[in-house]
Design a binder for this molecule. Structure first.
Ligand SMILES: [Zn+2]
Length: 409
């Protein structure tokens, strides 16, 4: 039996019909549709001779095809989606991986064990922090510290996970699953516009961006909009606005990305100069050095703006994570795999974080393949990829697995 690329598309459509509605995919982690999608995945995998399935302590599903060696190559993805999500994010990886297992199983015992992992709660759409399952293995996620988080319906993470067979206090024990792993491979839709802009079906990911996330609060003096002359104002929102423009320039200068995604102004009425304005800042770069430089530049400019506008400024760190470069040798094999099915490949970094980030953080040689996203849109019902490109991506993942096994087996 050879690789059946169309079957992956048929599986994706079956999953969409089963767990989505007119507003998109509804496989929110730990919900009924998610569990239904996973149960269906288990049934599909059970049809593959030799493949067994286990759930680990962090709620991840492991589909194993034993090889002549216990040493394993991992293929990963996630069945969970954001609410009203697309039909490809996360589940393309899983269902393409399942097709690779089918192809391998039909050809007898592989040299290395191959494991497909369906990571639990990649999106973090219900409780906040993303990559619960993979982060529990890398150590970035401290599940016990998250146990009391509540979802929008008021349910505790601890209780919701217990119903899915996960004891949060035991989740880090899943880490032992990485003991025999030699490499981690993940196919994903790009979720951005780069490949489409270049007219390329696929690319190889060099790593995921580091992130600096902070709240930056400017403080001035609230005053009447009618009676306060322009030259004596200490307008915190003017400070925030100038800061937001500077964040854009800094990102462009350093070749990274920078976003002020939210500004809250107080008192927040049209008849008052804002006395306080808080910006939520997100800066990302693949280079740790340049990310640090971007953050330093933003701090310097915020202090200058504060001085010029007669304001105070206070920074509070919300979250930081370093860039995670992928494995150079696996990137090379990824390039070769993509070229063998698409003729042309390119290397690009990933702005979003993925489960692959956590595997790289855990010290496992890691690489990702991206397939073009139409219009660069994801996390929305219009998320889509040309079906010809989906078929190429299944072939490229299979090719990558073959090349990695040949190298490591
Ligand atoms: Zn995803």
């Amino acid at each position: 039996m050879t690789l059946n690329r169309q079957r992956v598309i048929d599986d994706l459509k079956a999953l969409r019909t089963m767990t989505g509605n007119a507003h998109g995919a509804q496989r929110l982690a730990w919900s009924e549709p998610w569990l239904a999608g996973r149960a269906w995945l288990r049934e599909r995998a059970a049809e593959v001779p030799g493949v067994t399935c286990e759930q680990d302590e962090a709620g991840n599903l492991w589909f194993s095809l034993p090889g002549r060696s216990r040493k394993s190559v991992l293929i990963g993805g996630h069945m969970d989606s954001v609410p009203n999500g697309g039909w490809l994010d996360g589940c393309l990886n899983v269902l393409a991986g399942l097709e690779v297992l089918r192809r391998l199983a039909a050809q007898g015992r592989p040299a290395l064990t191959v494991k497909l992992v369906d990571w639990a709660d990649e999106e973090g759409a219900r409780f906040g922090p993303s990559c619960f399952g993979s982060g529990s293995l890398s150590g970035a996620m401290k599940p016990a510290q998250r146990a009391e988080l509540r979802d929008s319906g008021g349910e505790r993470l601890r209780d919701v996970l217990a119903r899915c067979g996960v004891d949060v206090d035991r989740a880090p024990r899943a880490r032992k699953r990485l003991r025999d792993a030699l490499a981690y491979l993940e196919l994903h839709i790009e979720q951005g516009p780069v490949l489409e802009g270049l007219g390329l079906p696929m690319g190889v990911v060099t790593g995921t961006f580091g992130v600096e996330r902070h709240s930056v609060t400017f403080t001035g003096q609230a005053a009447h909009s009618g009676s306060t002359p322009m030259k004596v104002r200490r307008d915190a929102l003017i400070g925030a606005s100038r800061f937001q423009l500077a964040v854009r320039d800094i990102a462009i200068q350093h070749g990274g990305v920078g976003t002020v995604g939210r500004v809250d102004a107080q008192p927040g009425i049209v008849t008052a100069v804002a006395g306080e304005a808080t910006c939520l800042l997100d800066q990302r770069h693949l280079s740790a050095r340049k990310l640090t430089a971007m953050n330093r530049a933003a701090r310097t400019v915020s202090a200058r703006i504060a001085r010029e506008e007669g304001l105070g400024v206070v920074w509070r760190t919300l979250w930081q994570t370093p860039p995670m470069p992928f494995d150079p040798e696996l990137i090379r094999l990824g390039d070769a795999a993509v070229k063998s099915v698409c003729a042309t490949s390119m290397r690009l970094p990933s702005g979003p974080l993925h489960d692959a980030t956590e595997m790289a953080r855990a010290g496992l040689p890691t690489v990702m393949l991206f397939v073009q996203s139409l219009r660069g849109i994801s996390h929305a019902p219009i998320e889509d990829t040309d079906e010809a490109h989906l078929r190429l991506s299944v072939a490229a993942l299979d090719e990558l697995v073959t090349r990695v096994m040949a190298k490591l087996g």
